[in-house]
Design a protein around this ligand. Structure first.
Ligand code: NAD
Ligand code: WQD
Length: 338
């Protein structure tokens, strides 16, 4: 298929691009480069041996979207484009509703105009809010706790209404748990601007000496070692989950389906630190710090529905996540030194 990836030069989109090309699809990236670099396109070409077109544009620009879909005979869209920093969404909610919610409305309108009604959407485990039970399955009640999460919930509801209104739509909503790691090549990975909010990029930068020490947010949670537990999933496994979800919605009856993409295994912050140190032979200085506002003690998936309905399960373990994160961090360091 010819597939448009909104946000395709971002962290997850770029990995999904490689997986789709390996599976025989053609991809086009559509990105405003708000949080990514056009050089990712050259790296995708180096990894896949295929030239990937990039349309620099904003999803709030319907004409640009319609032009890209017509020019590239697009048959399906995978929608990654969005802003994702929880703290920023609390400080600047209008920016998030405008970019994420209005942007998605603009996208689905342009898709309908072009007769493209197959879509995979990047949602998040954040839509489950405070877990009422674990592991989290797709029937767990939803309740966002911050504006970012609310944009994801609003988009999920909008997509459900669209699927209900017109039987030609085929929509997959994928609820990601905690994507980490990088492509085996070391050429693409997660490289946030400024000080990272998320654990794995923070650990990598401490290991590289770019940051002094990790603050472990909370050591008195009701977890085995007192630190927060999450379901970290290798981004390459996550990418394969998108290929499986797209295949499934193309083959099954139209409508909207929701799948968790996680491993089902929880690791604590200190598990992550120790694994990163052991696998990569580095030291991660850390200090125990107060809890971070809005954090939950534990969050991990039931990946059963995806296993049964998509035939997909995560294959890569924590060691592979840590090794690939460090390999990407070292590639960045080499790039920066010349
Ligand atoms: P990312 O920031 O690396 O990628 C998002 C891409 O979208 C960037 O390249 C950015 O430039 C682009 N973009 C943003 N707004 C745009 C707009 N208006 N028009 C065009 N392009 C725009 O983030 P990511 O980690 O790859 O996340 C991809 C998606 O997955 C996001 O929707 C995010 O909310 C969701 N998600 C991410 C995580 C995670 O932990 N990384 C977890 C759950 C869900
Ligand atoms: C993981 C654990 C922290 C940084 C966030 C979003 C969520 C989703 C994924 C998009 C927690 C601890 C972290 C640090 C630490 N994104 N930590 N020191 O909070 O599970 O989820 O990213 O949808 O919406 O909320 O991920 O990587 O920030 O934190 O101790 O410097 O690491 O307290 O226990 P989180 P994270």
């Amino acid at each position: 298929m010819n597939i448009l990836l909104t946000g395709g030069t971002g962290y997850i989109g770029s990995h999904v691009a490689t997986a789709l090309i390996s599976a025989g699809h053609q991809v086009v990236c559509f990105d405003n480069l708000a949080n990514s670099d056009a050089a990712v396109i050259d790296r995708l070409a180096a990894i896949t041996g295929t030239a990937v077109p990039l349309v620099v544009g904003d999803i709030r620009d319907g004409d640009a979207l319609r032009g890209a879909m017509a020019d590239h005979d697009v048959e399906a869209v995978i929608h990654f484009a969005g802003l994702k920093a929880v703290g920023e969404s609390v400080a600047e909610p209008m920016k998030y509703y405008d970019n994420n919610v209005r942007g998605t409305l603009s996208l689905v309108q342009a898709m309908a105009d072009c007769g493209v009604k197959t879509m995979v959407f990047s949602s998040s485990a954040t839509v489950y809010g405070q877990p009422q039970y674990l592991p989290l399955d797709e029937n767990h009640p939803t309740a966002a706790t911050n504006p970012y999460g609310r944009t994801k919930l609003m988009i999920e509801e909008m997509l459900a209404d669209i699927a209900a209104s017109d039987p030609e739509w085929r929509i997959a909503t994928l609820r990601y748990f905690n994507p980490v790691g990088a492509h085996d090549s070391g050429l693409i990975g997660e490289n946030p601007n400024g000080i990272p909010n998320n654990l794995m990029p923070f650990i990598s930068r401490v290991a590289a000496g770019r940051l002094n020490e990790l603050s472990v947010f909370g050591s008195d949670y009701d977890t085995p070692d007192g630190t927060g537990v999450r379901d970290y999933i290798h981004v390459v496994d996550l990418a394969d989950g998108h290929v499986a979800a797209l295949d499934a919605i193309v083959q099954a009856a139209p409508g909207l389906s929701t799948w968790n993409l996680g491993t089902g295994q929880g690791y604590s912050v200190l598990d992550m630190v120790r694994a990163f140190e052991r696998v990569n032979g580095v030291r991660i200085p850390y200090r125990l710090a107060p809890r971070r506002d809005g954090d939950v003690a534990s969050c991990y998936a039931s990946p059963e529905r995806a296993a049964q309905e998509l035939g997909w399960t995560a294959q890569r373990d924590l060691d592979a996540m840590c090794a690939s994160s460090w390999s990407f961090e070292r590639t960045l360091a080499m790039r920066n030194t010349g």
